[in-house]
Design a protein. Structure first.
Length: 289
């Protein structure tokens, strides 16, 4: 009897109309998901990788592609999940338990992988805000080096000794970037009180002009700041120069070398070591006694 009823239902227009409506709804869900995916992908591409000549968020191309790829993945899997749940609902399958299970699994993963999530979130904002990038020389905590690789989870630094440091992004609380903007070269020149101060300033001005013209690493200066300290037996004169990032040590070395040569030519003596004579006399007195 049941079979006869089922056969009769198959022959009714209402049954086939219901099937047609369900197929149309399923097709609408699929097409809607595809359209939504394409629209969101286009918006992400427009935001991170706009066409030339249009207003854009300034990001390095590699960084922009990394962020857009991450957002593409998040959006794609979110849309897939929503479409799958809607299709199951069309077949009268209770999706409440599936959604609740997904929420529980997500909560468990969130609790069990808090540090991992923190690393990814911090890495995302490091890349988005362009705090530092590959090739930059940075100081993170007690580690310093050149950034060799920047990912969403870790940052890899190579120090001057060739040691590779792998830093989880979640532990990055403060960063000092030495390659953004100019650097300042500072040279303190000790001069004895007996020296002709006018001659000293003249020589230092000539040294500044020579180094400024001969070194492409110098962006501005060098210039003589003036006397910055009066110490026992010596006057401290300071020179400064704006330099290309990471080249300040090279400029400081060139300044010191040329100052030493010019001071030797002008017979400007080095500052006296006032503590040497008393100590020697004290030792001699003890020996004689």
């Amino acid at each position: 009897m049941t079979m006869e009823v089922s056969v009769e239902q198959l022959l009714t227009p209402e049954f086939w109309l219901g099937i047609a409506i369900r197929v149309i709804r399923l097709a609408a869900i699929g097409v809607g998901g595809i359209v939504l995916l394409k629209v969101t992908n286009a918006l992400v591409e427009q935001f991170f990788l706009p066409k030339p000549g249009t207003k854009k968020l300034y990001l390095e191309e590699k960084r922009a592609r990394t962020l857009s790829s991450l957002l593409h993945s998040i959006i794609r899997y979110t849309i897939y999940f929503i479409v799958a749940v809607m299709i199951l609902q069309e077949f009268k399958i209770d999706t409440t338990s599936i959604v609740a299970g997904a929420g529980i699994i997500g909560l468990a993963l969130g609790v069990g992988a808090q540090s991992l999530i923190k690393d990814f979130i911090t890495g995302f904002f490091i890349i988005l805000e362009d705090q530092y990038g590959v090739g930059d020389y940075v100081v993170i905590g007690d580690m310093a080096g050149t950034v060799e690789e920047l990912g969403f989870r870790v940052t890899k630094l190579r120090d001057f000794n060739g040691i590779l440091h792998i830093v989880p992004n979640g532990s990055v609380t403060r960063v000092s970037n030495h390659t953004r903007g100019h650097m300042l070269a500072v040279v303190n020149v000790p001069v004895p009180y007996e020296a002709d101060i006018d001659l000293v300033f003249k020589i230092l001005d000539e040294v500044c002009i020579t180094v400024g013209k001969s070194m492409t690493e110098v962006l501005d200066g060098p210039q003589v700041v003036g006397v910055v300290d009066l110490r026992p037996g010596e006057i401290m004169i300071r020179l400064t120069a704006k330099t290309v990032p990471l080249e300040q040590v090279k400029v400081e070395t060139a300044l010191r070398r040329l100052i030493k040569e010019r001071f030797a030519e002008a017979r400007i003596p080095p500052p006296l070591l006032l503590n040497v004579v008393p100590v020697a006399e004290k030792k001699a007195a003890k020996t004689g006694g």
